[in-house]
Design a protein around this ligand. Structure first.
Ligand code: ASP
Ligand code: MG
Length: 447
């Protein structure tokens, strides 16, 4: 009997219940920890709780859940009773508490709670006894409300105390994805699509034989197939390459879900619940890829901020102060460059923050602008950040040459370039209109 951690995302929970039963039956000799997301769209609805009346909000949740219950649960009376308690609780907390970031987390957590209760009944009706454990008791997180990262040491202690003993008595344990709690016991969320992270956190504390994340796509592709229709499935890949890929825009996996895996060689498989014939993508700690370039990604929802000035060279602390302004808003910077002439700093942030950051930078550097050390602080949101990823690019010459020659020949202009010394990825910025052409060309030539 081996232990496996299975995670089912929103689409699987909503439309893949038959497949979930098949998967559990294939694993009837194993112990399973099953992590569930909310039904599709539920978290989006909960997110708008302050814009909807409580009655409408609960009506929408009920509509989605009842659709499932009517189709798949034969004796739903008890289940409805339990769900009604949850809906009433939810209504009560929204009604009595002032809107706050803490309340947001509590409200958001009801999606996963409902899923777990519904599946507890559904599995029991299909003769699979199972135990429910709320993940607030398992995953200890920082206090960053809806974007909290787990503390691994405390989480491990909780998992040892509350989950491990139950695995001796129960073959199937169901738990909520996405939810944890802070050190005061208040509910926190692991950022959107965080159930992948729940699976890897719980998995890394227990060392199962495998973690399988079920999605509605075949796995990780060499490029987004909506942009490059001939993109191929990546069959096997290592942890480092996959984290580069998730970070730079492959949205198949949560971008932080590999972090808990550091030094724990647990195989992670991503599979399409609706396509049994696809082998999925297997992520192994030490897999050595045979190709030079493994994948291409591109993101278009970012804007480029350019801080320019002939008087900027030798101006110490400038970058620090720019970054401080951006950090005040808790904004991530996936791309940054400064050439050694020091007359221009270019960085990318999500486009929705660009205006406010520009205004704050202009205020902060009022004096420098006045004395012409800084000439301008501009935004361009008409850009795409393309990243070429490959573990074998390290110590290999000529790749950057091929990339830029290929684009140059087709008159695609490169606006900025960034490559870290780990040499696993090269990112560059092009005009948005050139994005697809660049991806198609590069995929054909280097992949
Ligand atoms: N329900 C949460 C979301 O939609 C978490 C998840 O699905 O992984 O973001
Ligand atoms: Mg989801």
């Amino acid at each position: 009997m081996v232990l496996k951690v299975l995670k089912f995302g929103g689409t699987s929970v909503t439309n893949g219940s038959r497949e979930i039963i098949d998967i559990i039956s294939e694993n009837k000799d194993n112990k399973l920890i099953i992590i569930l997301s909310a039904f599709s769209d539920i978290t989006n609805i909960l997110h708008c709780y302050d814009k909807l009346s409580i009655k409408i909000l609960i009506k929408r949740l009920k509509y989605i859940h009842n659709n499932f219950i009517e189709k798949y649960i034969k004796h739903p009376v008890q289940l409805h009773r339990q769900l009604n308690v949850l809906y009433d609780n939810l209504g009560h907390i929204i009604y009595y508490h002032e809107k706050s970031r803490q309340l947001d987390c509590i409200v958001n957590s009801y999606g996963e709670k409902c899923s777990v209760i519904i599946y507890n009944y559904f599995l029991k009706e299909n003769d699979y006894k199972n135990l429910v454990i709320w993940s607030e008791y398992l995953i200890c997180t920082e206090d960053n409300y809806s974007d909290s990262f787990p503390y691994m040491i405390s989480t491990k202690m909780c998992i040892r105390a509350f989950l491990k003993p139950q695995l001796k008595k129960h073959d199937i344990v169901l738990t909520t994805g996405f939810i944890g709690s802070n050190k005061n016991g208040c509910t926190t969320n692991l950022s959107r699509n965080g159930s992948d992270l729940s699976a890897t956190v719980i998995g890394s504390c227990l060392k199962p034989e495998q973690i399988i994340i079920y999605k509605d796509v075949d796995g990780i592709m060499t490029c987004d197939p909506r942009k490059v229709p001939f993109a191929k499935l990546i069959n096997t890949v290592n942890y480092k390459t996959i984290s580069e890929l998730c970070y730079f825009g492959s949205h198949v996996l949560h971008s932080q879900c590999l972090i808990p895996f550091k030094l724990r060689s647990i195989p992670l498989l991503i599979k399409n619940i609706f396509n049994k014939n696809s082998l999925g993508t297997l992520i192994l700690e030490d897999y050595k890829s045979k190709s030079t370039v493994d994948a291409l990604t591109s993101i278009t929802d970012h804007a480029m901020l350019t801080i320019k000035g002939m008087g900027m060279n030798g101006f110490s602390g400038l970058l620090l102060n720019i970054l401080k302004v951006i950090a005040e808003y808790n904004i991530n910077i996936p791309f940054i460059t400064q050439a050694s002439s020091e007359q221009n700093i270019c960085l990318c942030i999500q486009a929705k923050y660009a205006n406010i950051v520009q205004i704050r930078l202009i205020e902060t550097f009022e004096n420098e602008i006045d004395t012409s050390q800084i000439d301008s602080i501009d935004i361009d949101d008409n850009i795409a950040i393309i990243t070429v990823i490959g573990e074998n690019m390290i110590h290999r010459y000529g790749i950057a040459g091929i990339i830029f020659e290929t684009l140059g020949k087709e008159h695609i202009n490169i606006i900025a370039i960034s490559q870290g010394s780990c040499e696993r990825s090269i990112s560059f910025i092009v005009d948005k209109k050139d994005e697809i052409k660049a991806l198609l060309l590069l995929h054909t030539i280097i992949l």
